[in-house]
Design a protein around this ligand. Structure first.
Ligand SMILES: [Zn+2]
Length: 150
């Protein structure tokens, strides 16, 4: 590499990650094959290295827990994932609730127990409201991050 190339490589290394290349550096890379190859290989290598470091590790992984215990001997594992109710469980609970509404209302209707229909309706209306409140309340993170209110 020539002295001129060193100057431009210094300029390249001074850039932040994903920062746009300055025009002078772009022009130099366009005409200098050595620097262009170096920058291309360096970018590929950087991308590959960062990908290897981006592996997802479960928060209850043994290594993570061990590292946290070394940092803080009083560390207690808060396993958030196991406390969470899965979407499948929510759907099953909702379907069961709807099934119960239909079943009990029909039973009350066909057993000619009209005096039960109103309190039953109230009970199920309250249950459905509580179900919706619990669903929105426990999935608040989803509603805040994913829902775009116009
Ligand atoms: Zn060069």
């Amino acid at each position: 590499m020539k002295k001129n190339c060193d100057f431009y490589m210094d300029k390249f290394f001074a850039l932040d990650k994903n920062e746009r290349l300055p025009a002078s550096l772009t022009v130099h890379l366009f005409f200098c094959r050595n620097c262009r190859n170096f920058v291309r290989k360096f970018s590929l290598l950087e991308k590959k290295c960062s990908k290897e470091n981006m592996k997802k590790i479960s928060c209850d992984s043994r290594n993570v827990v061990e590292i946290m215990r070394r940092l803080d001997s009083a560390y207690e594992m808060y396993n958030l994932q196991k406390e969470r109710v899965s979407m499948r469980q929510w759907l099953v609970a909702g379907a069961t609730l709807v099934l119960c509404v239909v079943l009990f209302e029909m039973l009350a209707f066909f057993a000619s127990a009209e005096f039960f229909i109103f309190p039953l309706s109230l009970f199920f209306a309250f249950s459905i409201i509580m179900y919706c409140v619990a669903f929105v309340g426990t999935n608040m993170d989803f509603f805040i991050k994913k829902w775009k209110i116009q």
